[in-house]
Design a protein around this ligand. Structure first.
Ligand code: BYC
Length: 315
């Protein structure tokens, strides 16, 4: 029997990859994978990791001004969780051959994205509650299906991330319920925060499917399990009844119940604004990246010391 030729081996590997995806089993770091699959995963996982780390900033701004010790302890735990999520995700990207320092450089140089949602300011403490309710709520809708993503390390990281996101969502909703039971001024703060965060939260799910260059291939590979529009609709259907319980109005005059479809229909999203935010022109883009750059540069000595220590101790 003659040895398999290179192209036969490549064909076998491709077939094995396709069969693994078709059987809904996981691809692991040791497995062969098409270059496009690897690149798509690095792109999405890196963007996700960057979002977790940049996402610490808007809420972190309130750590020194939390209204009580209890609120401060809750917020501190949440912000620390986001750092942990970033670490699991960078570690997942490293299993694909990516280098974490290189990914951070790409973020700072604007060559990789982070979620559009973190380019808005947190003006009052109600924003902390609304981020928990809407932003973490949207993150849960988007990320629960990622627990079944075809790439094993990403899917497993998502399981823990989603458990923690669930706590984040609840702490936000509980904070808002408390404020809504307070003074008129507190209720007005909540309504104002909802008005500012509602539309950006809908944009978190990405462009409409028809304008999403990556969705079809990512879904065929089982990286994403649903299109952007389907998840956005799930989020709206979940949030409208929660808004009613809270006693806030969602800032969309077109929002109405479609009894035939069984969905809440919403008005047009300002995709031009979304494009501007992605292009770097959101309210806080420059500030977010400047802080991340300062954190990298100011703390470079820690990385150097840790690397030197590890190399001396065989780490
Ligand atoms: N913001 O073809 P598409 C959190 C980009 S953190 C910015 O649909 P895809 C939290 C997209 O990357 C949670 N960019 O892409 C943390 C692509 O650009 P490139 C963050 C966006 O990947 C702290 C282009 O637009 N969650 O919860 O198939 C405190 C075309 O889009 C956005 C994740 O990262 C956006 N909103 O689908 C509190 C979830 N949308 O890369 C909370 C994981 C799209 O081709 N990621 N773009 O230059 C995903 O599920 C998918 O990547 C997306 C986009 C649904 C976001």
């Amino acid at each position: 029997m003659s040895a398999p030729t290179l192209s036969t081996r490549e064909a076998d590997l491709q077939e094995h990859f396709a069969a693994t995806i078709a059987a809904d089993r996981r691809i692991e770091p040791r497995d062969w994978m098409p270059e496009g699959y690897r690149k798509t995963l690095v792109r999405q996982i890196a963007q996700h990791a960057h979002s977790e780390i940049i996402g610490m900033q808007p809420e972190g701004d309130w750590l020194l001004a939390a209204p009580s010790l209890r609120r401060k302890a809750v917020l501190l735990a949440k912000v620390q969780d986001e750092a942990g999520h970033g670490l699991y995700l960078y570690a997942a990207a490293e299993t694909l051959g990516a280098d974490r320092a290189d990914l951070t450089d790409k973020l700072i140089e604007g060559r990789q994205k982070y979620s559009s949602i973190f380019n808005y300011p947190t003006l009052t403490y109600a924003d902390v509650g609304v981020i928990g309710w809407l932003v973490d709520g949207a993150a849960i809708c988007n990320q629960v299906p990622l627990c079944r993503s075809s790439y094993g390390p990403y899917a497993r990281a998502m399981i823990r991330v989603c458990k923690e996101e669930s706590f984040h969502q609840r702490q936000g909703y509980e904070l808002l319920l408390t404020m809504m039971g307070g003074t008129d001024e507190q209720r007005a703060m909540v309504q104002d925060a909802v008005d500012r965060w509602w539309w950006p939260s809908l944009m978190m799910f990405g462009p409409p499917d028809a304008d999403s260059p990556n969705s079809a291939q990512s879904m065929a590979w089982g990286i994403k399990r649903h299109g952007n529009d389907e998840l956005r609709q799930r989020f709206v259907d979940m949030s409208v009844p929660q808004a009613e319980v809270l006693g806030v109005t969602l800032p969309d005059p077109d929002l109405h119940w479609d009894s035939e479809a069984g969905h809440w229909r919403f008005g047009p999203i300002d995709w031009e604004h979304f494009r501007q935010v992605l292009a770097g022109d959101g309210p806080c883009n420059a500030e977010r990246i400047a802080r991340r750059r300062a954190a990298r540069d100011d703390n470079a000595w820690v990385t150097e010391a840790a690397t030197a220590f590890a190399s001396r101790h065989g780490g």
